[in-house]
Design a protein around this ligand. Structure first.
Ligand code: SF4
Length: 372
């Protein structure tokens, strides 16, 4: 795959200073874009909003119905990040970016192509304070909250990139968005909410095609349940009793499993949408028949589907992925209890595509494996 012009710029000429964020188009609420267009008729802000949110393009020069001087002004301030790294893996079906928002914040987004859909996994925070032991982002700590525009710009950039450089044997439009990249979305609630509003009400992405994943901030789950959108909720559970979960997901000490299950039941009640449970298999830790039995009890109570994924090991983690036979037995156990369970393919192992891995390697001076 050829590299986008922006990527080439990002790689060859890394900026030494960071622009004032408020001048960047995506950091201004879409309803206030007129403030960027002083002296222009009001309909120009509608045109700009359409380019940014409905038909995003990689470069302002391609916003063909805007005057040349506006395009020139926007050319340096279109995206609230530069592309530090772009990688492709899985024979071109997975594309990953490391975006640098400013000197303190780098975030990751991953595009995954399938025959009938393309899914974007995006970041909601730069780093993460949750400290999950098996996660590269958690091992590296928290940098800062992402602005709504920094979240929504990941969607726009991926859409624009996909149009220009489609993934093989996949649609050239985004089908699904999952908040499963860096960060805990419900720990950045107000900004994630505003990003969701822009995606749903301004970009016109169906709420049912968006999934917010959480390790279990129960007040956030209840707040999201009270929002007007039919957004999906994925609970990253990973352990089915408090004793084990506290060792893997420290926030469990504050919000134990019983509270979580009650909050998820409330979500189901309000939305009429079943919560899904994410389960990352870790050898000898949570891949036992006992954990399968406890997980089945929770899944049955919530009528939840369980997505099983094998650990994409991180450089700093002591946890290892489970072997294939153990994964198969675990899923068979769940099914024997009447629980719907699916094994999800781990994407991008050849390019360190699990959450936060690229940033860890970058920070430690490791190779990026760029597919240039
Ligand atoms: S798994 Fe999610 S919540 Fe846990 S540390 Fe990683 S990014 Fe944060």
């Amino acid at each position: 795959m050829s590299l986008s012009p922006r990527l080439r710029t990002g790689l060859n000429k890394r900026p030494t200073s960071v622009r004032t964020p408020l001048t960047m188009a995506y950091l201004i609420p879409p309803e206030q874009l007129g403030s960027l267009l002083n002296g222009h008729p009001p309909y120009r802000s509608d045109q700009l909003r359409q380019w940014l949110y409905e038909h995003p393009v990689l470069e302002a020069a391609d916003m063909t119905n805007l005057p040349g001087e506006v395009r020139a002004d926007l050319s340096e301030t279109l995206w609230p990040f530069v592309v530090d790294v772009e990688q492709t893996g899985d024979a071109g079906r997975t594309r990953k970016w490391l975006f640098r928002c400013d000197k303190d914040a780098s975030i990751e987004a991953v595009l995954m192509g399938y025959p009938k859909r393309v899914t974007l996994c995006l970041s909601s925070q730069a780093g993460c304070a949750m400290g999950c032991t098996f996660c590269a982002t958690g091992q590296f700590g928290f940098d800062r909250q992402l602005d709504p525009g920094e979240i929504v710009a990941q969607v726009a950039y991926a859409q624009a990139h996909l149009r220009r450089y489609p993934l093989p044997d996949s649609p050239d439009r985004l089908s699904n968005i999952v908040f499963m990249g860096m960060g805990e979305p419900l720990a950045n609630y107000a900004n994630v909410r505003e990003a969701l509003r822009r995606m749903i009400e301004v970009m016109h992405i169906g709420a049912r095609h968006i999934t917010v994943s959480t390790v279990g901030i129960t007040p956030g789950i209840r707040k999201l349940a009270d929002e007007p959108w039919q957004v999906g909720l994925a609970l990253s559970l990973h352990a089915a009793d408090d004793e084990l979960r506290e060792t893997l997901v420290p926030i469990n000490r504050r919000y134990p499993i019983r509270d979580l299950v009650d909050a998820c039941a409330y979500y189901f009640e309000k939305k009429g949408r079943r919560v899904s449970i994410e389960w990352t298999m870790m050898e000898g830790t949570n891949d036992t028949p006992e954990q399968a039995a406890k997980l089945a009890t929770i899944a049955r109570e919530l009528r939840a589907h369980v997505n099983v994924i094998n650990l994409n090991p991180t450089p700093l983690s002591v946890e290892r992925p489970s072997d294939t036979l153990t994964v198969e037995d675990f899923i068979a156990d769940l099914r024997s209890y009447g629980v719907a369970a699916t094994f999800r393919e781990t994407r991008g192992q050849d390019i360190d595509a699990a959450c936060g891995q690229l940033r860890v390697l970058r920070s430690r001076g490791g190779g990026t494996g760029l597919s240039q």
